[in-house]
Every structure is written in structure tokens, then in C-alpha cells.
Design a protein around this ligand. Structure first.
Ligand code: 13P
Length: 257
């Protein structure tokens, strides 16, 4: 519908997989398998912090560098943490924030997500904000309420200009790593609701510009239908982003969308 206002983003989330020495071979193979022309489709790889240096050393990679998390602190005595400054110095232009796995494993609350998101924006890094409902919430008809709350909390106190720079990924928890994808209609319904929420809060100009991705068992076989939806502007891909052929097939579809 209004997709002409937005670019398509195909982002891989490697999660805690691969080792840094595998980055070079993967990028070479992916570059060879990617379509010649991007047609406005941005490709991003969100890798573990340990892999960022290797990814940034790849020349002419045609792949945006993304991280998976940052500390909520700027710097200092926070053993084991990685700051926004550090990932920016390694070339990161994107960073996932609020992934359901971090919310579950590491206690990333809505407040923390908001704090990290603001730090990313301050450092000129595009946040990829993940939201999504559990199966129990979906079964109880609480999907929209939950998503609305997560978005409101994550974007708390941001200006409209800042919101415009945020990428939102709708990732139903029940579809992540399960092989059970949301149907095209289910995914479109939530992505449209997110856009309507943005319109109500920040106006039509902003809501038209925000890229909204779908994530959750997206693969070469099901990506065409999802990417054809008017309010789905790309994908955040876990498992299939670890296989060159599968990821390249999704990129090809994204370059057509
Ligand atoms: P899968 O594609 O493996 O389901 O993972 C989706 C995801 O969590 C991306 O952030």
C-alpha cells in the first residue's frame, strides 16, 4: 500500500551461533548468492559482539553490520558488558533490542528496553525493537493489548523524529524457532495494528516511514507471502540466516517486494 515510503530490510539474527572465523567464508558465499541489484532492499547481519570485528573487516560486503544487544550503561565498571560506543566503533549500524530471548533469559524489562533504545539512538545506531506475544496471550485474545503495551513502553519519551528511526520487528514468541510461522494474515494484522498505533501517537507521516519486520520461522518457502503483505517491510530471520542458500533466497524475495 504505502510501501513506497519505506525500504525493505532483510535482517539475519545469528543469535549465539557460529564463531568469528566463520564470518569471512559466510560473507563471501552470501555475496556471491545475493542478487546483483538490491532494489532498495537492505541486508543486515546481527551477529554476536565477538563477531563484529570480523564482519567490519569484510570490504564491499553489501551487508549492514548489526549487533544483538548493548549495555544500558555508557561505560565504566560493568564487567562483561558491551557498550553502544564499542559496537559503533566496530561499524555497527543496527542493534536488536528487546528480543524475547533476552527478555526471558536476561530479564530485559520494558524499562531496560527503553533505556537501551535511547542509547542506541543517541549513538546513531538503528534499533531493531522486537515485540511479540506468547502462545498463552494469543489464545486468551491478549495479543494486541500486549503488543500495544510493549511498544508504548519501549518508545516512552521518544520524540517523533526519534521514533522514525526505529525499526520494529513483530516476533510472536510461539513462532520463534518452532517452525510454526504466523500466517500471512496473522502477521499482517499485527503489523497493521502497530502502524495504526504509531499513527495515533506520532502522526501519519511518521507511521508511514517506520519499517516493520516480521520474525518467527521465516524461511525460503514462506517468505514470499509474508513480504507481500502491505505492512510487512522485511524480515528478522534466525535459523534460516545461518544457511547461505536460505538467507540468499529470502534476500532475493525482499529485493522483489
Ligand atoms: P527463527 O527464524 O529461528 O524462528 O528466529 C526468529 C528470531 O527470533 C529472529 O530474531
Amino acid at each position: 500500500m504505502n510501501k513506497k515510503y519505506r525500504r525493505v530490510i532483510i535482517a539475519g539474527n545469528w543469535k549465539m551461533n557460529m564463531v568469528p572465523s566463520q564470518v569471512h567464508g559466510f560473507v563471501e558465499d552470501l555475496r556471491a548468492a545475493m542478487p546483483e541489484r538490491s532494489n532498495g532492499c537492505s541486508v543486515v547481519l546481527c551477529v554476536p559482539a565477538t563477531h563484529l570485528g570480523a564482519l567490519s573487516r569484510e570490504k564491499q560486503r553489501r551487508i549492514g553490520i548489526g549487533a544483538q544487544n548493548i549495555s544500558q550503561f555508557d561505560k565504566g565498571a560493568h564487567t562483561g558488558e558491551v557498550s553502544a560506543d564499542m559496537i559503533a566503533d566496530l561499524g555497527a549500524k543496527y542493534c536488536i533490542v528487546g528480543h524475547s530471548e533476552r527478555r526471558a533469559d536476561n530479564g530485559d524489562t520494558d524499562e531496560l528496553v527503553n533505556a537501551k533504545l535511547r542509547i542506541l539512538l543517541d549513538h546513531g545506531i538503528t534499533p531493531i525493537l522486537c515485540v511479540g506475544e506468547s502462545l498463552d496471550q494469543r489464545d486468551r485474545g491478549l495479543t494486541m493489548e500486549h503488543i500495544r503495551y510493549q511498544i508504548k513502553a519501549a518508545l516512552y519519551a521518544l520524540t517523533a523524529e526519534q521514533v522514525k528511526r526505529v525499526v520494529i520487528a513483530y516476533e510472536p514468541i510461539w513462532a520463534i524457532g518452532t517452525g510454526r510461522t504466523a500466517t500471512d494474515e496473522q502477521a499482517q494484522e499485527v503489523c497493521l495494528a502497530i502502524r495504526e498505533q504509531l499513527r495515533a501517537e506520532y502522526g501519519a507521516l511518521i507511521s508511514r516511514k517506520v519499517c516493520i519486520l516480521y520474525g518467527g520461522s521465516m524461511n525460503a518457502g514462506n517468505c514470499a507471502g509474508l513480504l507481500a503483505q502491505p505492512d510487512i517491510d522485511g524480515g528478522l530471520i534466525g535459523g534460516a540466516s545461518l544457511k547461505v542458500e536460505d538467507f540468499a533466497a529470502i534476500i532475493r524475495e525482499g529485493s522483489r517486494a
